[in-house]
Design a binder for this molecule. Structure first.
Ligand code: DGL
Length: 262
């Protein structure tokens, strides 16, 4: 009976422009393995990071509208770009639904040692938007922060090309302007980028510490869901549904692979 439905059993929707949000889902599963998840990637419209603010907002809002209408108990916008474009608007539109966004993990990177040199890799849109400017201002006195827009990088991950010579050359070119010995930290400010961590470390060396936003977002999601009284009870493992706006089977398979479950 609809009236007796237990909302806590409903899934947490995890949304991204493509397969990158799987890095956030990975952290969510570690934090809350017994929740049910519905992962939706909009690969048909990716990349978001080189689109206009209006385009990204309208795509994000229309997908989140549907996910909430179809019963998501909470929404994680597992995309830095979509978060900067739409999260404030979504929170106003859905005051009763926990909507959690992600932002570049600049705070832990800026504080991990005394006045570090920190490069923030992100999409052109994330770096252009007010949300990032505010974040950067907050840590300007604590760290030397260098924003690095990376158009073209998410496409490698989106195609499943997370290793190899071509990718390494792409990354090496991105970091060409920097003296690598002087870098202390790199923030992976796009949820696709953690999947190329190994290649990045290869290019930058072991002394450069990488920071990603997934774990912090997962902790925040747990706090918000607990505060709303929506945590799923018991210890039974939850389910994961993978969906994608483009070639469902291929992207779904890639998502499972990135999550390490095939
Ligand atoms: N995964 C998205 C992010 O975290 C961006 C990728 C894209 O450009 O669509 O910013």
């Amino acid at each position: 009976m609809p009236g007796n439905r237990n909302k806590n059993e409903d899934p947490i929707a995890v949304f991204d422009s493509g397969v990158g949000g799987i890095s956030v889902l990975r952290a969510l599963l570690e934090e809350m393995p017994n929740e049910n998840y519905r992962y939706y990637g909009d690969s048909a419209n990716a990349p978001y990071g080189t689109k206009s603010l209006e385009q990204v907002r309208s795509l994000t809002v229309s997908h989140v509208d549907r996910l909430i209408a179809e019963g998501a108990k909470a929404v994680v916008v597992a995309c830095n770009t979509a978060t900067s474009a739409a999260v404030r608007f979504l929170r106003q539109k859905y005051p009763a639904v926990p909507v959690i966004g992600i932002e570049p993990a600049l705070k832990p990177a800026a504080l991990f040692k005394k006045h570090p040199n920190v490069v923030v890799m992100a999409t052109p849109m994330t770096i252009r938007e007010e949300k990032f400017h505010n974040l950067m201002e907050r840590y300007m006195g604590t760290a030397h922060i260098i924003p690095l827009p990376c158009p073209g990088l998410m496409e490698y991950i989106e195609h499943g090309d997370i290793h190899g010579e071509e990718l390494e050359q792409f990354l090496a070119r991105l970091f060409e302007p920097f003296e690598k010995q002087k870098l202390d930290a790199v923030v992976l400010g796009c949820t696709h980028y953690p999947f190329v961590s190994r290649e990045l470390t290869h290019v930058l060396g072991e002394d450069v510490t990488l920071f990603e936003g997934g774990p912090g977002t997962a902790r925040e999601t747990k706090r918000r869901i607990a505060a709303a009284g929506l945590l799923r009870s018991g210890t039974e493992k939850g389910t994961i549904l993978f969906e994608n706006s483009s070639q469902p089977k291929e992207k779904e398979k890639l998502c499972r692979k990135l999550l390490g479950i095939i």
